[in-house]
Design a protein around this ligand. Structure first.
Ligand code: FMN
Length: 144
């Protein structure tokens, strides 16, 4: 349908819960980028590739309203599957969303949310190693 979806923008500050409460830091795209997604891009959890500072990484992304936190604004948050010593606010982030994992869910506790995200990460790790997904890693959108 609408995947792969190519998205780029400058990393902005989110609500600031990502790294602290969850131990899973996410980079947020600005509102204008979120609002310019294709109309039929469903909210949910996806995986794909991210380019940052000229390097390509696996990523998982959450697009929507974060029902657990009841956000009033739709967000597009990217968690890169790599540990970084610093934030990357202000940097250009490019992503190719290549696959869908699941709908956003509400959870009874933060621990359950974290468990589900860890599972999303496992799925992304595995799916992105498949040849049809690896192809996108070298797309000129990311490398150019
Ligand atoms: N939030 C939800 O409320 N429900 C979800 O199902 C959900 N799934 C997520 C899956 C992934 C892979 C990621 C990276 C985030 C997910 N989130 C979900 C969003 C987290 O709640 C969010 O990253 C957290 O609120 C931190 O946001 P902040 O850094 O903007 O404060």
């Amino acid at each position: 349908k609408i995947l792969p979806c190519f998205v780029s923008g400058m990393v902005v500050r989110g609500f600031g819960r990502g790294s602290k409460a969850l131990g899973i830091p996410t980079a947020n795209f600005p509102e204008c980028v979120v609002n310019s997604l294709p109309k039929d891009f469903d909210t949910g959890i996806y995986y794909g590739w991210a380019a940052l500072d000229g390097k390509i990484y696996k990523m998982v992304t959450s697009v929507g309203w974060n029902p657990f936190y009841k956000n009033e604004k739709k967000t597009f948050e990217v968690h890169i599957l790599e540990t970084f010593p610093n934030d990357f606010y202000g940097k250009e982030l490019k992503v190719i969303v290549t696959g869908y994992i699941r709908k956003e869910k509400d959870f009874a506790s933060i621990d359950e949310l974290i468990k589900e995200i860890k599972n999303d990460i496992m799925i992304a790790e595995k799916e992105l190693d498949k040849p049809n997904m690896l192809n996108y890693k070298y797309d000129t959108f990311l490398t150019g």
